[in-house]
Design a protein around this ligand. Structure first.
Ligand code: NAG
Ligand code: NAG
Ligand code: NAG
Ligand code: NAG
Ligand code: NAG
Ligand code: NAG
Ligand code: NAG
Ligand code: NAG
Length: 318
């Protein structure tokens, strides 16, 4: 009797285990298949808007193979969803389809070094898992979509060398995981948003060669992890704001603007690790702060074509 009921219990338990396993595995399996099919449809929409496939990469995006095997496409091993799209350097022209926003598992998008036209679709804002976005060296125009600020995991945004217009969205300051923001060589107008000073993780801020106006926001002085600050060749005015601790800063390039006033006297103490300072072609005045001679790492110091008076600090003349 005892043994019989024990055996029954074991059989019951076995059934429970089998049922649980079946219900866990079967439902998500069909769901995953359907989601993956949506990924494939989104990729085909992207393909539809691209032209000039001289490398034959898009030709591989065909029904003979699963979309995870298409060239430039990478899927996650477990869920078989598209996590990376690398179309870099393929001479592709055409447009980036808004369907990109349907590839919701994307972590990496690299469309750099192509001939893409049109604007950056707002739908990139749907890509919550996006970590890396590069659209460098294309012919994109239009504005930076404000919706980009929805990609809260993004670490690197590179839109360098396009024809992007409009202002830098204030909302980019909400992206608290950013390490580098490259918007150089575009047609950006307006000011540098003070909100960028909120991105405490930022190491590279590259805004040179645009049409940015206004003063350098003092909030940027809070970026204590900043290593490279490129804001040269714009129309920035006002003085260089004081900084408290820029101990990570290696390169400051603010050349060819309309900056005026004195250099912060304590620049040598607040930026002790600078390797290069480019502030030529501005309207800076006053004396060159003596503290600069304390930056032992300094190798390049270009202050040509300003209104500085006095002499170069003694121990710098080497
Ligand atoms: C993108 O997703 C939406 C909503 O699920 C759907 O209506 C649309 O057809 C999809 N577009 C593409 C190109 O996959
Ligand atoms: C489909 O893609 C494969 C490579 O993935 C290629 O060998 C084949 O020629 C393609 N088929 C067509 C019809 O383009
Ligand atoms: C994309 O591919 C190119 C070479 O084809 C490579 O240099 C680049 O690093 C890749 N991008 C990413 C994000 O891995
Ligand atoms: C961005 O996020 C907001 C709030 O979470 C949401 O309402 C909006 O639809 C999102 N936009 C995009 C393009 O994903
Ligand atoms: C930007 O637009 C101008 C004028 O249409 C064009 O000459 C130039 O090649 C474009 N630059 C890029 C990077 O697309
Ligand atoms: C971001 O920066 C702006 C301007 O410096 C400031 O007003 C705002 O409070 C900051 N927000 C957060 C969340 O730090
Ligand atoms: C400056 O910031 C660095 C970290 O970014 C820190 O290690 C250092 O102690 C700070 N120095 C001062 C004087 O606050
Ligand atoms: C340079 O550094 C030394 C030692 O830290 C300090 O005593 C001196 O005041 C500094 N000179 C200037 C001009 O900041």
């Amino acid at each position: 009797m005892e043994i019989f009921s024990l055996k029954n219990q074991w059989i019951n338990l076995l059934f429970i285990i089998i049922f649980t396993l079946l219900s866990i595995s079967s439902k998500p399996a069909t769901l995953a298949l359907r989601s993956n099919e949506n990924d494939m449809l989104a990729l085909l929409s992207l393909k539809n808007q691209l032209v000039g496939d001289s490398h034959g990469v898009l030709a591989s995006w065909n029904a003979s193979f699963h979309c995870c095997q298409w060239q430039g496409v990478q899927c996650g091993r477990r869920h078989q969803r598209v996590v990376s799209l690398n179309m870099s350097g393929l001479s592709l022209a055409g447009f980036i389809s808004p369907a990109i926003g349907n590839l919701t598992f994307l972590r990496e998008v690299d469309f750099s070094h192509n001939k893409l036209q049109g604007s950056i679709p707002r739908e990139v804002g749907h890509l919550k898992r996006l970590v890396y976005l590069s659209l460098e060296l294309n012919h994109l125009n239009g504005e930076i979509p404000e919706e980009l600020s929805n990609c809260s995991n993004i670490q690197e945004i590179t839109v360098t060398a396009n024809n992007i217009t409009g202002e830098i969205p204030v909302s980019l300051g909400d992206l608290k995981n950013q390490i580098s923001l490259h918007l150089a060589y575009n047609l950006l107008i307006g000011g540098i948003p003070a909100s960028l000073g909120n991105i405490s993780t930022l190491k590279v801020l590259s805004l040179q060669h645009n049409k940015l106006k206004g003063t350098i926001p003092s909030s940027l002085g809070k970026l204590s992890n900043l290593e490279y600050m490129y804001i040269g060749i714009n129309k920035l005015s006002g003085s260089i704001p004081p900084v408290h601790n820029f101990s990570s800063l290696l390169v400051l390039d603010a050349a060819e603007n309309q900056l005026s006033g004195n250099l912060p006297p304590d620049i040598g103490c607040t930026c002790p690790n600078l390797e290069a300072i480019f502030i030529g072609l501005n309207q800076l005045t006053g004396e060159i702060p003596r503290s600069i001679s304390n930056i032992s790492s300094l190798e390049l110091f270009d202050i040509a074509l300003n209104g500085f008076t006095g002499s170069v600090p003694e121990n710098m003349e080497t």
